[in-house]
Write a protein that binds this ligand. Sequence first.
Ligand SMILES: NC(=O)c1ccc[n+]([C@@H]2O[C@H](COP(=O)([O-])OP(=O)(O)OC[C@H]3O[C@@H](n4cnc5c(N)ncnc54)[C@H](O)[C@@H]3O)[C@@H](O)[C@H]2O)c1
Length: 327
Amino acid sequence: MQMPSATRPLKRCLVTGCAGNVGSKLTQTLLDMGHAVVGVDSFFSGLPANMEPFKDHALFRFERRSITEPELIASLGAVSGRFACVFHLAAIVSVPWSMEHPEETMAVNWDATRALHREARELGIPAFVFAGSAAEYGRPIAGAVQEDQASDPQSPYGWSKYVSSRHIEESGYGCSLRFFNLYGPARGKPGPYDGVVRRFMALALDNAPLTIHGQGQQTRDFVYVHDAVKAVVTASGLGNGGVGLQGVYNVGTGSSTTIRGLADLTIALSGADCGVCLQPKRDGDIEHSLANTDKFHAATGFRPSTPLSQGLGQTLDWFRQHRSEIA
Ligand SMILES: NC(=O)c1ccc[n+]([C@@H]2O[C@H](COP(=O)([O-])OP(=O)(O)OC[C@H]3O[C@@H](n4cnc5c(N)ncnc54)[C@H](O)[C@@H]3O)[C@@H](O)[C@H]2O)c1
């Protein structure tokens, strides 16, 4: 990733969801690189505290707005100049909430995404990077899933991401990055993907047994959030002066970890003496989730590389210092 230089002109970026867990880390990274950022968030799930480190940065401007507002980019661009990239991360991310509110979920995650994407394209913005999701893979698939195997998402959340990714792919403009299980330092309620990591950490820090549903042989592809941010920046082309990537790409590590393995690692890293407690399996829990990461690697040369033990160790350190953030 390039650092700011006196000779290189700054680029302007729009980050939707800048108060969220991923969006705030992305915003910080872009500012560190010397880019200017206009951040939009409605605080639906994001928090002002996530923007604390950069809220007064000279190159940052925050707009508390909803992505559902018509002609959003034009109204922001009028005061910010032309954007080099739209990073579209704002979304309703809770799967249970999406089950209870399918229409609102589709309005934010699909209708607003389609409108932002159309607007960005019409304005000639060189790059559009959208946060897709592993939830787009509804049907169980043996082995590592490839991008063209997505179908039958199991929730309105999954559907909203799936139709958005397909729309972006078919348009030939912009890209969708399907994040697998992101984990890392995070404020607010646990999300659908980092829930198990945070639950295990909360229990280990209390020296209480880690609860596993089933035998713990379910597997997940855990991606450290900072690797996900690097993938997003890479896809934008900002790092190498090129145009943004096109199409749909998995962002995972390509390695799976059993839930039992995650529990053992968490216990070892925390120094707890608590063991695990096996409970009945939960209905609806998928058995395996693993990304085939070849397509993104072939297009960009990038693969998330933070070892799970390192990422978990850093996450644990953060939660130790921010005990109130872990439920
Ligand atoms: N965390 C993961 O494991 C994961 C996995 C797959 C995909 N994703 C996707 O990555 C993106 C970021 O996820 P996150 O984990 O940072 O979640 P997050 O909830 O922390 O961030 C989402 C942000 O979008 C904002 N938002 C919601 N509705 C809005 C609206 N109408 N207008 C403006 N802002 C709005 C929220 O306030 C929040 O700040 C999301 O699109 C999510 O679906 C995340």
